[in-house]
Design a protein around this ligand. Structure first.
Ligand code: ADP
Ligand code: MG
Length: 679
């Protein structure tokens, strides 16, 4: 039962099933009920008598507490003089501590004492853990309280040896961490708030540190042991393209990232790199150059995009860029006609096709490459770890993999959810871009927004108008979109103005036609749901209007805004909302109107939504920290990462005897966490 409902299999699992809070425990145990199995207990009674024994450092203070049921012995070895002075004979005390038995009689050594008459106002001195349970378990009579009892019982039989330390001694000393056994005990049954805090600190660190250590090991092993194909030379394709067809000069960040990738792809080890860049920072061209490098070295290269529209667009722009070069580019998606698909599959398998762009269709079992050397995954967070891994299997030596994010990921997520990857950052936009002006307007302002749009269109620009599409109310949103479309049409009548509309319910070919008409400039207005959110590139578009902007998340808003400001003209993002806004929505709008920086927005997004909600990380399981919090405990994570990296660098196989506890612990974990599958 416990197994199925809570994932508790062993006593170790029980130990690590932490209470989600503690309550002040006011239950008082009669002295005659004290048993060796009670461990900690709270007793209330009159201080009957006390006396000092022994001399100097051997001094010992003993007191006797009585209630109606018996006598409890209390003993102190430290601070005895001070304690003796403060004890009040014949007063009623509340006493808490660990029960031990001496010659069959109960005693507490160094109890916590509180005068009962002070109790109402004073601190709680016994906290009872509260555990979560499930409804199903409750109906079987297993409440959180019973889990607590099980845990408490466990602690009475558990010895320190059964819960070995898993961190190196030196680390514990250096960081002044509570030993593991003690920390676990305190997290369940805290004796003082201070100790509870220390236990939390220790266990949070441990959680982050163990994760980081494993990720560092994955990276280190890959750097040292994996086999990777080598892109040795910079060949004709790369050189010709770079010198003659590159439509602009690269930014410093682009050059730096290309260098980082070239280092990796020349090392003989497999590359697994995350490229983080803000919207519009020019990731595509970086990927393309490396694809050419791969082909120059006799390998095939592929680029995988999360949507059909995006794959199509990459295909078009790459084909255009490469049109004068002796290399073919093909497209494989779900809607590729059967005959063409057949041709492509054959050519890929025989090695007659060097560059392919596509969707998920590329990772299907039937797609076989002759010698895939480089795979780009665009707009990562739509693809899961498993999908990434399936690309590896497409060649005897796994291809180099470059994962590109749609918008930046918060640093803490990059370190955890994508922590098995090396990463590059492109924090520079191509020159000449004007910052996008973002404003917030209420619905009632719509007419004036439309007037503004008309001005832009009349000046030759193009405009996006985006409507939300949220799963639960798809029908409503659809009507909303249609209503919006009619509304826009009323403002912008044909034949002076033309409107494209794209939404998820359209057949692919219709979507594509509408998209194409907007890209080519045949239509001036694109009315759409978020299907165009990612990646679409129409540099002539200068206005992004987002309807019901309060319904969008931050990274989505930022990604949408990134559809404009891609050309030389001044661009605008207009967030339309109803006049009633919740606190979070207000905050999102405030952030959007105050910064264009995707890295900043990513951090705020994480703060507002929490890690569980960030797309693509939910399934991975890697963010299921029990105690640690990616937002609040960022500093602990940074420290854990740094220390873990250093440790793996110094001792990659954990051979140093000092690291033996870690090694043993990692072995004991083997196969128990979902992300052990990453490697
Ligand atoms: P993202 O990083 O969002 O995928 P893209 O790769 O789509 O960005 O690039 C955005 C736009 O910037 C494209 O039109 C691209 O041609 C252009 N671009 C990329 N690099 C540069 C550069 N170094 N100088 C000028 N324009 C560039
Ligand atoms: Mg892109």
């Amino acid at each position: 039962m416990l197994k199925k409902e809570l994932g508790i299999f062993t006593y170790g699992d029980l130990l690590n099933f932490f209470p989600y809070r503690h309550i002040d425990k006011t239950r008082i145990t009669p002295i005659s009920d004290l048993t060796p199995s009670l461990d900690f207990a709270q007793v209330q009674g009159k201080l009957w008598y006390y006396e000092m024994a022994g001399e100097r450092s051997g001094k010992r203070l003993t007191a006797f507490l009585t209630d109606e049921t018996g006598v409890l012995e209390l003993t102190w070895f430290k601070n005895v003089n001070w304690i003796e002075k403060n004890l009040k004979q014949n007063e009623v005390y509340n006493v808490f501590g660990r029960i031990s038995f001496f010659m069959g009689k109960p005693q507490i050594v160094h109890p916590e004492m509180e005068l009962v008459k002070n109790l109402s106002t004073s601190t709680k001195n016994y906290l009872e853990p509260v555990y979560s349970t499930t409804e199903k378990l409750k109906t079987k009579g297993l409440s959180g309280r019973q889990i607590g009892k099980l845990t408490a019982a466990l602690f009475t039989i558990l010895t320190e040896a059964a819960v070995p330390e898993n961190l190196p001694d030196g680390l514990i000393k250096k960081l002044k961490l509570l030993p593991r056994f003690q920390a676990l005990r305190q997290i369940h049954f805290p004796t003082t708030p201070a100790l509870y805090e220390q236990a939390l600190r220790r266990l949070k660190f441990e959680e982050f540190f163990i994760t980081q250590l494993r990720l560092a090991k994955v990276r280190s092993d890959r750097h040292r042991k994996s086999k990777g194909v080598i892109f040795e030379k910079v060949g004709d394709l790369f050189n010709t393209f770079y010198k003659e067809h590159l439509p602009f000069s690269l930014t410093g960040a682009q050059k730096r990232v290309i260098k980082e990738i070239r280092n990796d792809t020349g090392s003989g080890h497999q590359m697994n790199r995350l490229l983080q860049g803000d919207v519009g920072s020019g990731k595509t061209i970086v990927a393309l150059l490396i694809m050419l490098l791969a082909v120059d070295n006799g390998f095939q290269a592929c680029m995988m995009a999360p949507t059909e529209i995006l794959a199509q667009q990459h295909f078009t722009s790459i084909s255009t860029l490469l049109k004068d070069l002796p290399v073919g580019v093909h497209l494989l998606t779900g809607s590729t006609p059967a005959s063409e698909r057949k041709f492509i599959l054959k050519a890929l398998a025989e090695g007659n096709l060097s560059i392919i762009v596509g969707t998920h269709a590329l990772i299907e079992e039937v797609v076989q490459f002759k010698n895939l050397g480089f795979a780009v995954i665009d707009e990562q967070h739509r693809f899961g770890v498993a999908q990434r891994a399936s690309l590896w299997k497409k060649a005897p030596i796994p291809p180099h993999i470059l994962v590109m994010t749609a918008t930046p990921i918060p640093r803490t997520l990059a370190m955890t959810a994508f922590g098995d990857l090396d990463y590059s950052i492109m924090d520079e936009l191509p020159p000449g871009r004007q910052p996008i002006t973002t404003v917030h307007r209420y619905d009632s302002y719509r007419t004036r927004v439309m007037d503004f749009i008309r001005g832009e269109i009349d000046a030759g620009r193009q405009v996006y108008i985006i409507f939300p599409l949220i799963e639960e109310s798809a029908k409503l949103d659809y009507e909303n979109l249609m209503g919006g479309y009619e509304n826009v049409k009323a403002f912008f009548p044909e034949p002076r103005y033309w409107i494209s509309m794209v939404h998820g319910r359209q057949p692919a070919d219709q979507k594509e036609t509408n998209m194409k008409r907007f890209v080519s400039g045949d239509t001036q207005i694109m009315v759409s749901t978020t299907v165009i959110e990612v990646g679409v590139n129409v540099p002539n578009a200068t206005v992004m209007v987002i309807e019901n902007a309060e319904k969008f998340g931050l990274s989505q808003l930022h990604q949408l805004r990134g559809r404009v400001g891609r050309g030389a003209e001044k661009s605008y993002c207009i967030l339309l909302t109803s006049s009633k806004l919740g606190t979070d929505a207000k905050e999102r709008i405030r952030i959007m109107t105050s910064t264009n920086n995707g890295f900043e927005i990513a951090e705020k997004d994480l703060e507002l939504r929490g890690p569980g909600e960030i797309e693509g990380t939910k399934q991975s399981g890697i963010l299921n920290f029990k105690l640690a919090d990616l937002v609040k405990d960022k500093l602990i994570l940074e420290a854990a990462r740094k220390i873990a990296e250093q440790l793996i660098e110094d001792d990659p196989e954990l051979e140093d005897p000092a690291n033996q506890p870690l090694k043993n612990y990692l072995l004991s974990l083997h196969g128990k966490t979902p992300w052990s599958k990453i490697s």
